[in-house]
Design a protein around this ligand. Structure first.
Ligand code: FAD
Length: 402
């Protein structure tokens, strides 16, 4: 009799943790598990703001997948998923077609542009190792370009659209990086502008109390960040952004961090989606196709209060753990275990040595919060790769090249 087939799409937080946990539960010849990912490495999205700003090497934000999985139990395929066909239980990859008994979709998110013209063409986004390499190089290039043609002061203006988690963490790092860039390129720091534009009336990740938000914005302003709140970007053009009030901000660099939506492959496959995300049952399965588990940014999990939990790495990791167990139970004919989100808190970095956040209900800020952020990072590295990975990525880490 052939072995049951499990296919896991995406080796991000949700997909990778599913694979790592599942390999601990199964024997090598029991189940045929295939993990598919676009790259042969896993990247920690929560770390990407640092290499994007140039304050850390991108190597510290990624880990080779072969170093994390047990290849006797998990077959890894480096490929891009082209199509999911749930009615036929198959997945189309670049060069082959896979069939499955159970599918896990952990393909993450895509940029939400809200239809703003020009964003897709002229703004950069922080969403992969390749994107952050590009942003870092582009920012440096604009400093170099300014030195060749110093009447274009706008080359030194960096606009960041969106002041949520990603925008805030990036802007904090970037402000720390500016003195080095000015030193490297002999640029007067007073000419550099970092402008963070946000449509809602407050900056910083939603859900934080007002006093922490004020603290965070003070820290950022002291670093030289300018905020434009309650301000919508109406269009992005090659030389800058047009605001809702008609003002045009000339800028050499525009980064968009204003929103994400679930991976479009789900909608294309006929799943019912809301902003690209699929509402799942208590066991994280699709309501339409119960042999499909959906994790992370692709899924919508409702809280007991009836509102969707925000998509983040924390919930994606917990979903991965739950999905691994439920795959095992499904394969062994045991009752499934419902998913219960254990919210541990949120900590947002504001750059070097500064952060703000909530741990359960306790507010944290400053150096303590920054230290806790490092603990959170270390905890995740431990979960996927044990103590050696903490040493490799946090202690003996790769130095950023100038
Ligand atoms: P991901 O981790 O994005 O993984 C998706 C995987 O699927 C990737 O490996 C990708 O390469 C792969 N993939 C995508 N499409 C295909 C395809 N067609 N074929 C094959 N493979 C594919 N959350 C927090 O909780 N705390 C934070 O501090 C935080 N900071 C963030 C900072 C930034 C800059 C960003 C962008 C996000 C941040 N988030 C944070 C959100 C968090 O990173 C996401 O919620 C989380 O990554 C979702 O996990 P996931 O498993 O759904 O997807």
């Amino acid at each position: 009799m052939s072995r049951p087939k499990v296919v896991i799409l995406g080796a991000g937080y949700g997909g990778l943790v599913t694979a790592i946990r599942l390999q601990k539960l199964i024997k090598a010849d029991e189940v045929a598990v295939t993990l598919v990912n676009k790259h042969d490495y896993h990247y920690m999205t929560t770390h990407l703001h640092m290499p994007a700003a140039g304050t850390d090497h991108h190597e510290n934000a990624r880990v080779a997948i072969k170093d994390l999985i047990d290849e006797r139990k998990i077959h890894f395929i480096k490929a891009t998923v082209q199509q999911i066909v749930p009615e036929e239980k198959k997945v189309v990859l670049t060069d082959e077609v896979l069939t499955y008994d159970y599918l896990v979709v952990g393909l993450g998110s895509e940029t939400e542009t809200f239809g703003i013209p020009g964003l897709r063409e002229y703004a950069m986004t922080i969403n992969s190792i390749n994107s952050v390499r590009f942003i870092r190089q582009h920012t440096q290039y604009m400093f170099a370009k300014y030195k060749l043609d110093s009447k274009h002061k706008e080359y030194l203006t960096i606009v960041v659209g969106g002041a949520g988690f990603t925008g805030t963490e990036f802007v904090g790092e970037l402000a720390d990086r500016i003195p080095d860039l000015c030193h490297m390129f002999d640029v007067d720091p007073s000419l550099v502008q970092i402008i963070n534009i946000e449509a809602s009336p407050t900056a910083l990740p939603p859900g934080l109390p007002n006093d922490l938000v004020e603290y965070g914005m003070d820290v950022m302003r002291r670093k030289g960040v300018q905020y434009k709140l309650s301000t919508a970007i109406k269009a992005c053009e090659p030389g800058g952004v047009l605001l809702g009030d008609g003002q045009f901000i000339p800028a050499g660099t525009v980064i968009w961090s204003g929103g994400v939506r679930g991976n479009s492959l789900l909608q294309d496959a006929g799943f019912h989606v809301q902003r690209g995300r699929v509402k799942v049952d208590d066991y994280l399965r699709s309501l339409q196709f119960p042999d499909v588990f959906i994790t992370g940014d692709c899924s919508i999990v409702m809280s007991p209060e009836g509102t969707p939990y925000p998509a983040n790495a924390q919930i994606a990791v917990q979903q991965g753990c739950n999905t691994a167990k439920n795959l095992y139970y499904s394969l062994s004919g045991k009752p499934l275990r419902p998913f219960a989100y254990d919210y541990k808190g949120t900590v947002a970095s504001l750059g070097r040595g500064e952060a703000i956040g909530i741990l359960k209900v306790k507010k944290v800020k400053g150096r303590l919060a920054a230290f806790l952020k490092k603990i959170i990072d270390a905890r995740y590295l431990f979960l996927i790769g044990g103590i050696p990975l903490i040493f490799k990525k946090m202690i003996f880490k790769q130095k950023q090249a100038t």
